[in-house]
Ligand binder design. Structure first.
Ligand code: ATP
Ligand code: MG
Length: 369
């Protein structure tokens, strides 16, 4: 089948690689001159807000999906009106594009989220501070990623500063959550409604960017947390008749899980599944889309994944570590840009303060600017 992927970044690249191995023909739609997926997918150049170019792309493939989250909902609607369906559900995509609507949708399904308020003025922000507490995170409702479009606030001067920097677009203020850990759950739902879940993954962010993921998560009560998270993802996926891979990021708190963010797609915290799970998140996404049976998520060993940001590592130094794998996205390095990831797979959990993960972290650049 011809699989059309809107977006040709590293997620598109890894989806295309998975599509190839199942005998499908990946096509990627991207505005950039040199997208990461360029040499593994047939490339279609066009802007994400050009409904006509996207419709032409849609007409030339059998299945449509996206890896880029900020396609205007209007554009997807226009394509849907032509009878071309996107998976996962554009209705779910529209929610995950707006942090306020997303939190409301999660709450409606009984999934706990951080206390929050909509903020459209400095007065709203001060009211949020009075109601939610001194420590806040102010975020743009739309278009944020990798910590962009957000400011932490701990006092009055930071309130004015955050408003000066972010004010003017719809915002959301969230209570600062003193989390014990961050985890995410990646799952795939097939066309027939079957769901498979990967092990709960533990994530560490630096400067708002994912630095390290480890699976299975090494947090107290991990089994119960995983069961709760699976229940939440099942509720979401069933409610939205979701087809494909889905991710939810959570804060682990004293009182359990709080959902932080949803992603209607394969996710960075699931990249380890290429090397560490029987079927990767990418392969399962393609299987779901193409109507194949889903594959096992069995993870026989412990896994750690480290993002390389802003520069590439020396691949030979990485590959010399026993159990290490290296994935280069073929992107031009720039500070703050994810350009590769490295993975370790082994029989015992990896500790960031001990080799070999300590060594892998030292070998994997993290340059944010
Ligand atoms: P992503 O790259 O995952 O899309 P993002 O920029 O969209 O990230 P978030 O996931 O909302 O933004 O936030 C990035 C990180 O900032 C979180 O993983 C967490 O470490 C921290 N953070 C965000 N909101 C809060 C909060 N309310 N309390 C504490 N920490 C937070
Ligand atoms: Mg996030």
């Amino acid at each position: 089948m011809r699989i059309g992927i809107v977006g040709g970044g590293q997620l598109g690249r890894m989806l295309a690689l998975a599509a190839h191995s199942l005998g499908h023909e990946p096509h990627a739609y991207d505005p950039g001159p040199d997208p990461s997926a360029r040499d593994v997918a047939r490339l279609h150049r066009g802007s994400f807000d050009d409904p006509r170019a996207l419709a032409t792309f849609a007409d030339g493939v059998d299945i449509l999906t996206y890896e880029f989250e900020n396609i205007p909902a209007r554009v997807l609607e226009e394509i849907a009106e032509r009878g071309r369906a996107f998976d996962p559900s554009p209705r779910f995509l529209a929610l995950s594009q707006d942090r306020l609507l997303e939190k409301q949708a999660l709450s409606d399904l009984g999934i706990p989220v951080a206390p929050h308020r909509a903020v459209d003025s400095l007065a709203d922000l001060r009211r949020a501070r009075d109601e939610l507490g001194e420590r806040l995170v102010l975020k743009t409702r739309r278009l944020g990623y990798d910590g962009r479009g957000q400011r932490r606030i701990a006092d009055e001067s930071e309130i004015r500063e955050a408003w000066r920097i972010l004010g003017g677009v719809p915002l959301i203020a969230e209570a600062w959550i003193p989390f014990l850990a961050e985890v995410s759950l990646v799952a795939t739902r097939g066309r027939d409604g079957t769901m498979v879940f990967y092990p709960l993954t533990e994530n560490r962010h630096e400067h708002g960017i994912l630095r390290l993921s480890r699976a299975p998560a090494d947090v107290p009560g991990a089994a119960a947390l995983a069961a709760t998270a699976e229940d939440y993802l099942r509720r979401l996926a069933e409610h939205y008749a979701y087809v494909g891979t889905l991710t939810v990021e959570f804060f682990v708190t004293e009182r359990g899980l709080l959902a932080n963010e949803t992603a209607p797609r394969v996710h960075n915290s699931g990249h380890w599944t290429i090397d560490g799970a029987a079927t990767s998140q990418f392969a399962n996404h393609i299987r779901a889309l193409a109507g194949h049976p889903l594959g096992s998520t069995r993870t026989p060993e412990a896994v750690a994944m480290v993002n390389c940001v802003g520069a590439l590592p020396d691949p030979n130094a990485v590959l010399a570590l026993p159990g290490a794998q290296f994935h280069d996205y073929r992107k031009a390095p720039r500070p703050g840009r994810k350009v590769a990831h490295t993975t370790l797979v082994g029989p015992t959990p990896f500790t960031p303060e001990r080799p070999p993960l300590e060594t892998l972290l030292a070998l994997s650049p993290f340059i944010v600017g």
